[in-house]
Design a protein around this ligand. Structure first.
Ligand code: BEZ
Ligand code: FE
Length: 335
């Protein structure tokens, strides 16, 4: 046999490869033995966090298979579905994030990691449409080019939970145009639009021009869309404006504001809406005021007033720890 036809050397996993022999596992010829053998193998996992997570993952997965008596055909179609999800991903499309979003996993992970801190603005899902190429926008400047939607002015203060202003906080903000599309969804995108990066001033004030948010469908032309059809669900998000706010010493805030009145507020496809994030918009019919705010044609505009309350890092961390301890105590009690 020529050298290049020789089989390649087998790759052994160096970690614990001999240990299974020492465990003396029984032949797994009954369903329960498959699960118990696997759990004994998990005893070998060196990292305690990995050990805990995988032990729980196997327990829940095996329970799920047992409880639902999944058929071979159903399991193969699940594998095919996940394969399609992976194959739909591109450098600008993340179908796995979308899957995590519609199954409520993104919102759940977010709510466990960012439990409410008294007085602070709550978090919401990031979504897949944030980009890091938003232009810097001056106070009062516009994040949207003309014609992208109905004029809206967004203003407020960035404050700490104790009420002190937070100057120089970096605010990233993004939204769709009035047709419900992010700039990245246009194949001829030349530059960022309907997104911007600004800073609060020395008194914590911020203000910028934007467009009135509209509700829009999350991408429905891939396997996640097919899944929603099977589940009898819609793929709509209520109107919203995304905000990501950072300042030294404070917990980074990823959130969105949801104007009241939208028909999808109570059935958001990705579970992002929280009561404290629903805001009232005001209609300002004052030509001079519209011009003063920088809207070139005057007329009327919509005003969104919102104070962004940041939580000091130590407060957030304490809330997260207390929340985790409380949850694990409750879980133990109910076990
Ligand atoms: C968004 O709001 O941009 C979004 C969030 C989750 C999935 C799809 C879109
Ligand atoms: Fe969005």
């Amino acid at each position: 046999m020529a050298d290049d036809q020789q089989p390649k050397e087998h790759k052994s996993v160096p970690n614990g490869i001999k240990a299974p022999h020492h465990l003396n596992l029984p032949y797994p010829d009954k369903p329960e033995l498959i699960t118990s053998n696997l759990q004994k193998l998990i005893e070998l996992v060196p990292n305690p966090r990995h050990k805990f997570v995988f032990e729980r993952l196997i327990a829940h997965m095996h329970d799920f298979i047992n409880e639902t008596s999944i058929t071979t055909e159903e399991w193969m179609s699940t594998i095919q579905f996940l394969t399609n999800v992976g194959q739909t991903c591109t450098p600008i499309r993340q179908e796995f994030i979308l899957l995590s979003d519609v199954l409520g996993v993104s919102a759940l992970v977010d709510s466990l990691n960012n439990p409410p801190v008294k007085g602070a603005t709550e978090s919401s899902v990031l979504g897949p449409f944030f980009t890091d190429d938003a232009p810097d926008v001056e106070q009062g400047g516009s994040i949207a080019s003309e014609g992208k939607g109905k004029h809206m002015y967004v203003e407020g203060l960035v404050l700490s939970t104790d009420g002190t202003p937070v100057p120089d906080a970096v605010i990233e903000t993004w939204e769709t145009d009035e047709l419900g599309f992010y700039d990245t969804q246009y194949t001829d995108r030349q530059a960022a639009d309907c997104r911007g990066r600004l800073r609060s001033d020395k008194d914590g004030r911020y203000g910028y021009r934007a467009v009135v948010p509209v509700c829009y469908p999350i991408p429905g032309d891939g396997p996640v869309g097919d899944l929603l059809i099977k589940l009898g669900r819609h793929n709509m998000r209520p109107n919203h404006l995304h905000l990501m706010v950072e300042a030294p010493g404070f917990r980074k805030l990823v959130t969105a504001l949801y104007p009241a009145g939208d028909e999808f507020l109570a059935s958001d496809a990705v579970f992002g809406v929280k009561k404290g994030l629903v805001v009232n918009l005001e209609e300002i019919n004052d030509d001079a005021e519209a011009r003063r705010r920088g809207f070139p044609n005057g007329g009327s505009f919509t005003l969104l007033k919102f104070d962004i309350i940041l939580s000091p890092e130590a407060e957030s961390e304490a809330a997260r720890k207390a929340f985790a301890e409380e949850r694990s105590r409750k879980l133990k009690e109910s076990a």
